[in-house]
Ligand binder design. Structure first.
Ligand code: HGY
Ligand code: MN
Ligand code: MN
Length: 416
């Protein structure tokens, strides 16, 4: 790898302006974003990203999962490219930076290389992965998962949202289903910049997270079946209250996660109650339990205790219960060489840094199975994310993008 130019910097104002411009698409109701995957808002955000990439001289690629690739040529066109990116889709009450920072920082690297007239040996490809969030269509990181051979494409196309719409149909409807075979692209390396989505970097006053690992995730969808009846006239002993069963299972989830303190976490963010009427005892509830830990054995222990405990709770209450694994991935160890490229970039640029384990899942967690991969993290205010109040500073955004820039360009090789 050729030594990077010492004072290589990005245009932090331009990156910030692009973030603010993208944030206008799919606005939330409280200052954040609701640009869920495969909605018209997602399509509009894709069009803006594509326009910007074409303006930067990139040639565009699009695969059959809607993954977008903006290629800047290297001096050796046959050399495997260095990919850099994240996701443009957001949570329904998402922030302006989760995923978007990583995609637009990839574009900023290309814009800066153009400004400086720098050529790299390996081509560089800015990337937008479809449906990282997994909110509308579970699981999370769906398209990068197909790219990495984790999920079949037909299975992915058949995933349905709450309205029963199919992923494959929605991708075609918004006009972003490409022709390229998913996963055919080979990579020299992949880098992803992401906000931490946790409190550590800000609390310690650290500029950069050097992501050495990603914790593993398990999503279990649980359906509890009771009996709908009148909330007023049904005597308490006669009730088969699915909602109460769920409440006791959620208590169990909290207890199981806390039993593996300080690293394990557990909760349910998705809850559907049927018929969800004020004066009807819920006859059915469907909810997804999200369990995470940096250790696979802990995840497996939590999954086992959840199923056994929930089964007992429901048996004791005369309720039916069904379990379905709807998402998950093992803990991830990122590539040593790529991680050290991130670390030395932070040192060279004079940014404080520390090793960190990613609490959230990212497309990099799957791509790490296909190519040497690493992540850069920047702080976020109060560690808050998946909330419209998600916020970062321009300084944090610039520092993260500069470290990403150095790691990517060093890996791609500068041709003097
Ligand atoms: O769930 C996650 O960790 C990611 O934000 N999709
Ligand atoms: Mn994200
Ligand atoms: Mn997210």
């Amino acid at each position: 790898m050729s030594a990077p130019l010492e004072n290589l910097r990005i245009n932090g104002d331009r990156l910030w302006d692009s973030l603010m411009e993208m944030a206008k698409i799919g606005p939330g109701v409280a200052g954040g974003n609701n640009r869920q995957t495969l909605t018209d808002e997602d399509a509009e955000g894709r069009r803006l990203f594509e326009t910007w990439c074409k303006d930067a001289g990139c040639t565009m690629g699009l695969d059959q999962m809607g993954n977008m690739f903006a290629r800047r040529e290297g001096t050796e066109p046959d050399a495997l490219p260095v990919y850099v990116g994240s996701h443009l889709d957001t949570q329904p009450t998402g922030g302006k930076y989760d995923g978007v920072l990583g995609v637009l920082a990839g574009l900023e690297i290309i814009r800066t290389l153009n400004d400086l007239g720098i050529q790299t040996k390996h081509p560089i490809v800015a990337t937008n992965w479809t449906n990282e969030e997994g909110t509308r269509f579970a699981p999370a990181m769906l398209a990068s998962g197909v790219f990495a051979g984790i999920h079949g494409q037909d299975w992915a196309y058949a995933r349905k949202d709450a309205k029963g719409l199919r992923f494959g149909d929605e991708l075609a409807r918004i006009g972003w289903r490409g022709e390229e075979e998913v996963g055919a692209r080979k990579m020299h390396a992949f880098f992803e910049l992401h906000i931490e989505q946790g409190p550590i970097l800000e609390a310690e006053g650290i500029d950069i997270g050097v992501v050495t690992h990603g914790q593993g995730l398990s999503w279990t969808q649980i359906t509890i079946l009771g009996k709908e009846s009148h909330t007023g006239s049904t005597p308490m002993p006669m009730r088969r209250n699915a909602g109460l069963g769920m409440a006791r299972v959620l208590e169990l989830v909290d207890e199981i996660a806390r039993s593996h303190a300080p690293d394990a976490v557990g909760a349910a963010g998705h809850i559907d109650v049927y018929p969800n009427s004020r004066n009807v005892i819920p006859g059915k509830v469907v909810f997804t339990v999200d369990l995470r830990s940096p250790e696979l054995a802990v995840i497996e222990d939590m999954e086992r205790r959840l199923r056994a405990g929930a089964q007992k709770i429901c048996d004791d209450m005369g309720l039916g219960v069904e379990f379905e694994k709807v998402g998950g991935f093992d803990p991830v160890t990122f590539d040593e060489a790529c991680v050290s490229a991130v670390r030395s970039a932070a040192e060279r640029l004079g940014y404080s840094h520390r090793n960190i384990i990613s609490g959230a899942g990212h497309d990099a967690c799957w791509i790490n199975r296909m190519a040497p991969t690493a992540m850069v993290m920047c702080p976020c205010v109060d560690g808050l994310s998946h909330n419209e109040a998600e916020e970062i500073s321009k300084e944090w955004s610039t520092a993260g993008a500069e470290v990403l820039f150095h790691a990517v360009v060093e890996t791609a090789g500068i041709v003097a």
